[in-house]
Design a protein around this ligand. Structure first.
Ligand code: ZN
Length: 289
């Protein structure tokens, strides 16, 4: 199986990162795409992937962290230290989805696009992400989120890499920005969409990333899941966030992607093996093809 969205470099795995990786292998998860949220986490993800077979990497700036970027012109959007979340020693996964939890601080780089481009040359890097807009938590100003999203779409296009797109309560802005950039390769991860939006996203050429929310908050997704092309479906954990039932509200980990496959199989009335194989094939096609 291919867990197409992991954050094993998140600090909640500080104590048992290797064990979590081993548990994934034991559960039949032989491929993982480790997703970054800023330059530091991109570097950490590459280091982790170098030592672990089957782990691939997406480098990029999450919308939450976009306030910490600087543009090529040197124009700084490094907002006050006061807006940074306290790091603390808490190893539990946060209930929300902030990725501002790396073990060390100091995300900033004079030219984040240039650094991402350098990192993208590494043979383990297969995507740009996660990038997008998050109006649910609004941790970065929206104009900054939009700019950093558009800049990274342009980078992905230049590098011919697929994108991992994060979109929360922001579909009305995400789709026009994507259209303006005119680049349509990648996945809408943790897809939250109505039927019309899901069909539109697939129609543009994107894949849909299904995660543990299908095990508890599934009505809307279930309404369109049987009607989108199966070859566009991917499964993911988004660990340490969004653990599926029966681990809901606990720390998520790649081994649990099996519960996502089970939930998809339930909706599509097929076997977990078939969904595991299908989504692995789809993931390879998008990221490793
Ligand atoms: Zn994520």
């Amino acid at each position: 199986m291919f867990d197409t969205h992991t954050h094993l470099c998140h600090k909640s795995f500080r104590k048992d990162r290797e064990e979590a990786f081993d548990r994934a292998l034991e559960a039949g998860v032989n491929l993982m795409l480790e997703i970054s949220w800023d330059v530091r986490s991109s570097e950490a993800a590459i280091r982790f992937a170098e030592d672990h077979e089957g782990v691939w990497v997406a480098v990029g700036y999450h919308p939450h962290e976009s306030r910490n970027t600087r543009t090529p012109s040197g124009h700084s959007h490094n907002y006050s230290e006061l807006t940074l979340r306290s790091q603390g020693n808490n190893t539990r996964p946060p209930s929300g989805d902030s990725h501002n939890q790396l073990e060390s601080q100091g995300n900033n780089t004079p030219n984040y696009l240039q650094r991402l481009e350098e990192l993208s040359k590494h043979q383990k890097v297969k995507a740009i992400g996660e990038i997008g807009l998050d109006y649910y938590r609004d941790l970065s100003p929206r104009d900054v989120q939009k700019r950093v999203f558009a800049e990274q779409i342009e980078l992905a296009d230049e590098l011919k890499l697929p994108m991992v797109i994060h979109c929360r309560d922001a579909m009305d802005d995400v789709l026009p920005i994507v259209a303006e950039q005119g680049y349509y390769r990648g996945v809408f991860h943790s897809i939250s969409a109505d039927s019309e939006q899901a069909q539109k996203i697939v129609g543009l050429g994107f894949y849909l990333g299904i995660n543990g929310t299908l095990t508890y908050d599934s009505k809307r997704t279930k309404s369109w899941l049987p009607r989108v092309p199966k070859e566009r479906l991917l499964i993911e954990t988004d660990c340490p966030y969004l653990a599926p039932v029966p681990y809901r509200r606990e720390r998520n980990e790649p081994a649990y992607v099996r519960y996502v496959a089970e939930a998809v199989a339930g909706v599509l009335e097929t076997s977990v093996e078939e969904i595991g194989d299908l989504t692995e094939k789809n993931g390879k096609e998008l990221f490793l093809g």
